[in-house]
Unconditional design. Sequence first.
Length: 174
Amino acid sequence: MSGCCDPKAPRVYKLNLDGGQVGLLGVEQAFLEVLSLGRADEDVLAEELLRRLKKKNYIPDSAAGKYKAALLREYKEFAARAQKEDNGKEVPKGKMEIKILGPGCAKCHALEKAVREVVQEMGVAAEIAEVRDVNEIARTGVLLTPGLMINGKVKSAGKVISKNEIKKYIEQEM
């Protein structure tokens, strides 16, 4: 069985769905494929993402609407990051850049979940990304994971911090 840090293991994408997380295979590939289609209508995007992901994942018909909404939300973040990388522009002013630093362990997932919940509760525009590359994490100065970086500043390392602490750090960067 592959561990979370096995580079040959298929990438399981954690989708925040209905207050919890579900793991899906092939999400990044589906995002790339749909992005290359250049579709703009959100309903069509959501339907296409769901159709592609049903090929590799069990998604109950009764939950299709929730999956579509969650996939569309994540796809929009993915597309914004892809556009930024394509044209080299910085994150738009007023939008925070939040990074979760770590190998993808349970504590990393817990921190990411808490960050996403706080961002949603506060209504903050934020680009949230995972940084799993050990060399990139080391360049930030973080030696213990999980780490939290907001707008290029390390705010926490080595522990899962509370939602109140996350909120405080986000407010400091507003």
